[in-house]
Design a protein around this ligand. Structure first.
Ligand code: KG4
Ligand code: ZN
Length: 322
């Protein structure tokens, strides 16, 4: 829950990591069911510390897309029921806008224009927020997203899900120069499938004797060096893409948002590559998916465009960024 768009009153996140870890990735049907089971508890917990509870709420924001249809429908139905039942306005918000606004929420001095590198499990984008409600996408996800590449490479190396934190952990003691990996550079886009495939071949080329029955490297030294080499290449691709976007739009203030922004190597590389720029990276809890960022983007949307008509459709491939 937020007051005036950027004062955080409460934030409750129900993680599904344990549920999906057993499958090595998100299972859509399980995700939607878990949303259904957990939603009321999470909303109650978010309102518990707020005097008046629901009576203190002026408007409801909900994610309309992009994402898994089942999850979006569960959330939108619940939010619509709550809003209509209490006569409150409702706004359907883009998940991408939420990530872009997580920086605005995290830093009380930040105002547009700023350029956001949005790196999550489903997206790798450069978005410039020109003014509130007006965003332009300067680079978009071509195939695998950055977080997806971390998750898939972790699997190839026999590390747990989610792969980002696991790779960061073992990479800390690895040699990033041991395994040379390609960097893909495309004008106006990010591609991570080539890098992921290169790791797959690198593992295969170790030979059967060096691999476990599951096909992952036996030697923890090799795992650490491969993780470090991959992280290095991934960060390099991201920072180069951000550099190209920054040159194109000429905006001086940068933000790194989305789950992969939790990566220490990425944070440090962005700060190092843009010495004269202001770089905002939200705290970990606002980088990974959370409802507070949706409320922040929703507050601006409500202010600028008014409420949505209850009953609006979800959009699993919504591209809107503000
Ligand atoms: O934004 P997010 O919470 O969910 C989506 O919208 O996708 O991002 C989740 C992604 C996962 O792919 C996860 O592996 C990655 O963020 N991630 C990280 C780190 N922590 C989470 N990637 C790299 N390094 C990390 N420390
Ligand atoms: Zn996200």
């Amino acid at each position: 829950m937020l007051t005036d768009g950027r004062t955080l009153r409460s934030s409750v996140v129900s993680s599904q990591i344990a549920l999906h870890a057993a499958h090595g990735g998100v299972v859509p049907e399980l995700a939607a069911r878990a949303h259904l089971e957990g939603l009321a508890t999470v909303v109650d917990a978010a309102l518990a510390p707020v005097p008046g509870g629901w009576d203190a709420v002026d408007a409801v924001a909900v994610t309309r897309g992009p994402g898994l249809a089942g999850c979006l429908i569960v959330g939108t139905m619940y939010a619509t029921g709550a809003a209509v039942g209490r006569g409150l306005p409702i706004v359907g918000v883009s998940h991408l806008a939420g990530h872009v606004y997580s920086a605005w929420l995290a830093d009380a001095d930040l105002e547009p224009p700023y350029l956001a590198l949005l790196v999550s499990g489903g997206h790798t984008e450069c978005v410039v927020l020109r003014e509130h409600g007006v965003a332009e996408r300067l680079a978009a996800t071509r195939d695998d997203a950055a977080g997806e590449a971390f998750d898939k490479v972790a699997r190839l190396l026999g590390l747990e899900y989610p792969g980002g934190p696991a790779i960061q952990r073992v990479a800390a003691s690895g040699d990033p120069a041991r395994f040379p990996l390609p960097r893909t550079r495309i004008e106006g886009a990010f591609s991570f499938s080539g890098l992921k495939t290169a790791v797959r071949y690198m593992v295969r080329d170790l030979g059967a004797d060096a691999l476990t029955p599951a096909g992952t490297p036996r030697d923890p030294r090799v795992v650490a060096d491969m993780a470090a080499s991959f992280q290095n290449a991934a960060v390099d691709q991201l920072v180069s893409g951000l550099e190209a976007a920054a040159e194109r739009c000429g905006v001086e203030t940068l933000a790194v948002v989305g789950g992969v922004a939790a990566n220490r190597a990425l944070r440090e590389a962005v700060v190092a590559r843009f010495p004269g720029h202001r770089v905002v990276v939200p705290p970990f809890d606002l980088c990974t998916d959370n409802a507070a960022m949706i409320a922040a983007a929703g507050w601006q949307r409500l202010r600028l465009r008014g409420p949505d008509e209850p009953g609006f459709d979800v959009d699993p491939s919504l591209a809107e960024c503000a």
